[in-house]
Design a protein around this ligand. Structure first.
Ligand SMILES: O=P(O)(O)OC[C@H]1O[C@H](OP(=O)(O)OP(=O)(O)O)[C@H](O)[C@@H]1O
Ligand SMILES: O=c1cc[nH]c(=O)[nH]1
Ligand SMILES: [Mg+2]
Length: 209
């Protein structure tokens, strides 16, 4: 499992367990996902480049360090990725946001694209793709394929739950893309759902189905 970071912080693990419960309401599922994604943003942005900023404290002039949030793009894989976005934007409010609309064909489990919108100047930007679920890995791999055509500086993928199959698929297609997740679950079932998992993330966030 090269290049996979499992965020084991107790707060992350605690919230993840509460979200997995089948009796968690959409409201609490959404709230927990928002809190959890803010915590994961700390780990994902750990190596973000800093630049000098001359400032004046009440006592004297100094040179501080700031991040250039505008260089960062969070790319949300619709729909469920949007549940991750707000929490990440809490930490880097200056980041730009791109959207890739993908759904899994339930019969083939292949990703089908229905929307794609990115900020301009992607070749100067660092991308963090967000989606709570990495199951077969088809959606993540398709999203990264598409973004790579715009030649960004770097791409990371962050999710809540990953199946071993999804990690292998994404790494095989894109070995340069590091993966951040709160847990690696056991396996996929015959319908491509993660076990033990948390069910259908999009449906649980938006109260559909
Ligand atoms: O790794 P994969 O096998 O591709 O599965 C993961 C995808 O499945 C879910 O989306 P879904 O297709 O349910 O769309 P939704 O977010 O609109 O519900 C999830 O949010 C991922 O995008
Ligand atoms: O378990 C899964 C697999 C794919 N998408 C989900 O929302 N959940
Ligand atoms: Mg779904």
């Amino acid at each position: 499992m090269n290049r996979v970071t499992v965020v084991t912080h107790p707060l992350v693990q605690h919230k993840l367990t509460l979200m997995r419960r089948k009796d968690a309401s959409s409201n609490s599922f959404r709230r927990l996902l928002g809190e959890l994604s803010t915590l994961m943003a700390y780990e994902v942005t750990r190596d973000m480049p800093l630049q000098d900023m001359p400032i004046e404290t009440p006592l004297e002039a100094m040179t501080g360090k700031v991040i250039d949030g505008k260089k960062l793009v969070f790319v949300s894989i619709l729909r469920a990725g949007n549940g991750f976005l707000d929490g990440m934007l809490n930490v880097v409010p200056g980041a730009r946001v791109g959207h890739v609309g993908l759904y899994r064909d339930p019969a083939t489990l292949q990703a089908v694209e229905y929307y794609f919108k990115m900020p301009s100047g992607m070749d100067a930007r660092d991308v963090v793709v967000v989606d709570p679920m990495l199951a077969t890995g088809n959606s993540a791999a398709a999203c990264v394929d598409r973004i790579k055509r715009l030649d960004p500086r770097s791409i990371k993928f962050v999710c809540l739950l990953a199946a071993p199959e999804g990690i292998h698929r994404l790494h095989k297609a894109h070995p340069d893309v590091p993966i951040f997740t709160a847990a690696i679950d056991r396996e996929l079932n015959d319908h491509g759902y993660i076990l033990p998992g948390l069910g259908d993330a999009g449906d649980r966030i938006f109260g559909t189905k």
